[in-house]
Design a protein. Sequence first.
Length: 328
Amino acid sequence: MNRTTVGLIVTLALSILAAPLAAAPPAGKVHRIGFLGVGPAPSEAEWQRSPFLRELQQLGYVEGQNILIERRYAEGKRERLPTLAAELVQLHVDLIVAVGNGAAQATKQATSSIPIVVRRGGDLIGTGLIATLARPGGNVTGVSGLAQDLSGKQLELLKEAIPTLSHLTVLWNARDGAMTRSFNELQVSARALGVTVQSLGVGNPNDFDRVFAELTEARPDALFMLADSFTVRHRRRILDFAASRVPTMFTHREFVDDGGLMAYGPSLAEEWRRTASFIDRILKGAKPADLPVEQPMGFELVINLKTAKALGLTIPPTLLFQATEVIR
């Protein structure tokens, strides 16, 4: 370890020790926050045990006591987002949590003054929501959904599971700007690994019959799906078709829980923890413009061995050793 590295570690340790303990929310103050999601609304039981509420409780915020949450969901219909964002603005909430780039864009268009905390925001700079990660400016900050060279790592893991991988089909939402950037990055990573890519873009529910027919005809070595609110909403339909036909790689673990083969991406629990931290700091007086946007740091690899067995695929022990979780 060189002197520079040691110095950085010492400096970081001293700053942590010198930092004051997190203050509790002001007594008697009831904060009102908005929550805008693109996907379907969870059941009340799912909401009550959500990692979002759990992380807020760790910081001293209890729904119905010192915090009220106004929730709006577009049910997968992106065209509803501007109306729902406007509703939250009219309620004069203290801040708005926007889940995904589409929700963030709609909320930003609805208000330039109410703080916006984005979770899994995709390319916030490329879509014009912030100026830079370090100094976002304006009223938007939060957790970006992008991580440097994530697609490269995902493809490396997929190729480790399937050493003969040479033909990859990519299913993605071609109507989403952030997903377009992710697809372009994935193509670059695939070329570096000598893998050819077939694009299957979707934009509405009627597209799936077409892409499934193309997938059947192409017979790729694997299917890689870029997840956004639209494709997540239709994950059951995608998995019913693909899970037993072709090895699959996803960016969200939900797909593997539902029968997909593999997923590698940012930790869901960490994303909510950091989102809650942004909310806490803003409610205590911090300005979004002064809070650097954070990129994913914790990642999880989840592998479904039941699906691998159904596909007749043997997952190498070296890959299983890297897994955060193995579904047996």
